[in-house]
Design a binder for this molecule. Structure first.
Ligand SMILES: [Zn+2]
Ligand SMILES: [Zn+2]
Length: 139
């Protein structure tokens, strides 16, 4: 909570209830929800908040660096309240997205260097497979 107050203040952004709700929701989940999923989850507590408002709040939160936008290759984005670089894995069966803990791929930036004349800033890695639940039901 202190975090969002301080950063919003610093960026001279208004701390609207909608922005706070979206941010808090993302902090409370590891599910990497889409905007639609966030909208549906917040509906009971914020019945007047529209999907467009959720999108606008997300856009702002991404711009100020409080939320990370993920493109796992679907038609829509997923959102992540954890902003440090970390790899993700998506289930090809139920589409859930999880963090992969305990490993970073910062070394990859150096590995790639000889193969490009770009200055590499960052990388994003997405792995794909079957989650534990789907693995069981596929057996
Ligand atoms: Zn699955
Ligand atoms: Zn994540």
């Amino acid at each position: 909570m202190d975090n969002i107050t301080a950063i919003f203040k610093e960026k001279k952004l208004k701390l609207t209830p909608q922005r706070i709700a979206v941010y808090k929701y993302l902090q409370s989940t590891h599910e990497h929800p889409s905007a639609e999923a966030i909208y549906k989850s917040l509906q009971p507590s914020y019945p007047t908040m529209s999907l467009a408002t959720v999108y606008k709040a997300l856009k702002t939160l991404v711009e100020v660096g409080l939320v990370q936008e993920l493109n796992v290759g679907e038609g829509n984005f997923r959102y992540d309240g954890r902003i440090g670089t970390h790899p993700h894995i998506q289930c090809m069966c139920c589409n859930r997205v999880d963090d992969i803990e305990g490993i970073t791929f910062d070394e990859l930036n150096n590995t790639i260097k000889p193969y490009t004349d770009y200055d590499i800033v960052t990388n994003r890695l997405y792995f794909y497979g079957l989650c534990a639940k789907c693995k069981v039901s596929n057996e």
